[in-house]
Design a binder for this molecule. Sequence first.
Ligand SMILES: Cc1cc2nc3c(=O)[nH]c(=O)nc-3n(C[C@H](O)[C@H](O)[C@H](O)COP(=O)(O)OP(=O)(O)OC[C@H]3O[C@@H](n4cnc5c(N)ncnc54)[C@H](O)[C@@H]3O)c2cc1C
Length: 457
Amino acid sequence: MHRRDALKLLALIFLGGGSSACGTGEGIGAGMASKGRTIVIGAGLAGLAAARELRHNGHDVVVVEARDRIGGRLWTSSAWPDMPLDLGATWIHGVRDNPMTDLADTLQARRLVTSYDKLATYDANGQLFTDAEAAHREAIGNQVRMALHNAQQRDADVTVRQAVAALTQRLQPSLAATRLLNFVVSSEIEHEYAASAHRLSAHWYDSADDFEGDDALFVRGFQVITDYLATDLPIEFSQVVKEIFWGEHEVRVFTEKMTFAADRVVVTLPLGVLQSNSVRFTPELPSAKRQALAALGMGVLNKCYLRFNQAFWPHDIDWLGHVSAQHGVWNEWVSFQRVAQMPILLGFNAADHGLEIEAWSDQQIVASAIETLRIIFGAGTPQPSAYQITRWATDPFARGAYSYNALGSTPSMRDTLAMPVDAKLFFAGEASHSAYFGTTHGAYLSGLRVAEQILEL
Ligand SMILES: Cc1cc2nc3c(=O)[nH]c(=O)nc-3n(C[C@H](O)[C@H](O)[C@H](O)COP(=O)(O)OP(=O)(O)OC[C@H]3O[C@@H](n4cnc5c(N)ncnc54)[C@H](O)[C@@H]3O)c2cc1C
């Protein structure tokens, strides 16, 4: 028997209701079958939001997830029991009117507010910025924003790097100014959008909308939200989807282990996974969708948490900036001392350097981080007592941190990505939200959107 035949047989057994995983088990009422069955691929925020909404409206749903955990790019580590740490999303960005705030309020989840005003910036020699340096940085920041604004007025799009190229040439005689320019591009743009200035579209890099208000993080980790959304949902773990067949009468989802059959499927696979072609669509997706998938960018942002016996850095700050000699190296740090009274520093690396260090060993990454901290805090800077490191680009079920608008893409491509096909294939996930891509609230809202589309069928 061919493998595919064996899988089909399994599917038939599965459809016969022999497994609780097919969604006919506990807690699902008899009326549900009449509304049809939906397979939701991915137990991240988008998938959980969609599945929960459908189930609450009486639909028969099963969530199929490659990992052995929920959350996807929202992942709270409990490796340090006294301090849950988020390896993926950390903050509710802009708490006012943000749907993440509503969920957190429902759960009465305790939150802490970090502030960009509580910032200390150090120059390439590790000296705290003088007033003159701070003013110079501000002036360069304004010039960068002006150069990008001007680029957005021109018909032809260019990369962010090309848009600020004239500034680079003008500043070339001064090494300090060039480093400051690179620092501004890295910390204000590449860390924010998780993408290289060489790839970001000057026209569209900042097309997303924002919520107003503070940035808040969860005392017990962001996972409180996904735990809540996943309550009572039938989730099939460790099921790596390899193929999605969408026929006239039904859809079949082939994983490495079995086949799931249903009336429709909600695809919340990350953009990087869809771009990698590790999941095959049969028949292939419409060409507009394939073009959108190819044009949008999947960015990189990595975290390195360092735990020390005590904080040797200023206790009253949340953010540390460092103007590195080399572009984009350990430019941004968060301290957990003020908000959580924990001697923990979180160092970020985004875009090209963020990708480069994924090939390094943990020891090399920690050594490089400490080298930077020694420039700032001196040779006596201790080794950390523990660390936690992410590698989102090489994670086969993420293939990056979050999506960005690359040169050659437009925001409307996200709407193309979001469009259902033949009332069989539905798409959600942060990349499919044209207003709030790259965020937890974008992922969540995309899940609600897709549920609404199905409920309206
Ligand atoms: C380092 C980092 C920092 C971030 N910081 C913030 C922040 O502070 N605030 C904020 O709002 N947002 C932040 N984000 C973005 C936010 O985490 C994401 O936008 C959001 O979590 C994406 O949710 P999603 O459901 O679209 O995708 P995912 O969470 O990636 O869910 C997709 C699911 O599909 C599964 N999957 C993948 N391949 C397969 C397969 N073949 N078969 C079956 N299942 C599969 C995955 O395992 C995953 O569970 C950050 C992200 C990262 C990585």
